[in-house]
Design a binder for this molecule. Structure first.
Ligand SMILES: Nc1ncnc2c1ncn2[C@@H]1O[C@H](COP(=O)(O)OP(=O)(O)OP(=O)(O)O)[C@@H](O)[C@H]1O
Ligand SMILES: [Mg+2]
Length: 357
């Protein structure tokens, strides 16, 4: 068992709090992605897991064992950071073999077997004899990934390993990474600020902001049920629409609703925000029962058969992602419908936990 427990961990640098009372568990054998904007504390948290940084407060446990005070080499974790250290005068094979070289519990034939296996999974058998500085950035990162996992330590940490890799090689690397992790069932924490990468790789995503974990859940739950406006905005491309609304006499009124909707009992009266994803807003040429008229104010941009555009309901701008071309041209009238059961309500930036009926 190698679950990672982060027990109320805080890290301060002087008066600045980089990691603020994080309390969570990364489950054994899962790939968890730590996702968040630059400066939110991802690397700081990883460095505390690796033992490169000591928490100001709190504890870190691996498989039930308190490792808070253990130095990196006693933690038995594999690591890949943005700029991995490798040995240019050694071949790919030798670089992969190196982490096991001084481990007496691994025989030389077992070492060779594991290296062959990793070369195979990463699809770089043909590069086995090449030297590191003969490789492009993508293949070099593959070797770095291989090096981190080959020792078969129970925990492997990755901090933005694809940052310096060009797009095509990046996809390949991610595919290889999925293969490796599925095969070895290690507990993996993978840092990224790239939501696509997180959605692709993660069993669970920990969304981070200002030193705190905002939400920790399955990728589709993060996407469809953000607990904060931040989550709705950060995930999705573009992110959620936030439409000002108000509740009075148990009714929600908002520009996008056409006619008022019954408010959940848990929702406070006064100003609230309605969240709805651009791809869930329906845009039609003709009005319908629940629709509201709007004016197309942005040229539609086509991406893979879908079109991204904006429509204005009075002052309120709504991003809409339609399947197929919008039914009207720039400056013309369209009709928008927001399906009631797909709305999210936020008060003070937090979701009001209730599903519309
Ligand atoms: N050794 C340090 N001394 C002082 N401040 C630090 C130190 N290390 C990190 N910080 C600060 O802590 C905050 C979090 O930094 P961290 O590197 O963990 O962010 P990050 O989420 O990894 O960002 P990025 O996506 O840019 O890598 C930043 O404001 C950073 O300036
Ligand atoms: Mg970082």
């Amino acid at each position: 068992m190698a679950e990672i427990v982060i027990d109320h961990v805080t890290k301060r640098f002087g008066t600045f709090t980089a990691v603020n009372d994080i309390d969570m568990t990364f489950a054994d054998g899962e790939v968890a992605c730590l996702l968040g904007p630059s400066g939110c504390g991802k690397t700081t948290l990883m460095r505390m897991l690796a033992g490169l940084e000591k928490p100001t407060e709190g504890r870190v446990l691996f498989g039930g064992k308190d490792v808070t005070r253990l130095p990196p080499r006693k933690r038995n974790v594999g690591m890949v950071f943005q700029y991995p250290v490798m040995y240019p005068t050694l071949s790919v094979f030798e670089n992969l073999e190196l982490p096991m070289r001084y481990d007496r519990s691994v025989s030389s034939s077992e070492r060779k077997r594991r290296v062959e296996e990793i070369l195979d999974v990463l699809d770089i058998q043909h590069l086995s004899r090449a030297f590191i500085d003969q490789l492009d950035a993508g293949n070099r990162q593959k070797v770095a990934v291989g090096r981190a996992v080959v020792r078969q330590s129970e925990i492997v940490l990755f901090d933005e390993p694809t940052t310096n890799v060009e797009v095509n090689a990046k996809l390949q690397l991610i595919r290889a990474f999925k293969q490796v992790t599925r095969r070895l069932r290690q507990t993996i924490v993978y840092v990224t600020h790239d939501q696509t990468e997180a959605m692709t790789l993660a069993d669970r995503i920990a969304l981070m902001k200002d030193g705190r974990i905002v939400q920790y859940d399955r990728p589709h739950v993060l996407y469809s049920q953000p607990t904060t406006e931040f989550g709705g905005w950060f995930l999705g491309n573009p992110g959620m629409n936030f439409i000002p609304a108000s509740i009075a006499n148990g009714q929600i009124s908002a520009p996008i609703l056409g006619r008022p909707v019954k408010a959940p009992a848990t929702a406070p009266s006064g100003k609230i925000t309605i969240g709805i994803r651009p791809e869930l807003v329906r845009m039609t040429g003709q009005p319908s029962d629940m629709s509201v008229p709007a004016k197309l104010v942005d040229q539609a941009i086509g991406i893979a058969g879908r079109y991204l555009t904006k429509a204005a309901i009075g002052e309120t701008i709504v991003k809409v992602n339609t399947e197929g071309r919008p039914p009207a041209g720039l400056g013309e009238t369209v009709h928008l419908t927001a399906p009631r059961d797909r709305l999210t309500l936020f008060a003070e930036g937090e979701r009001v936990p209730f599903a519309f009926s």
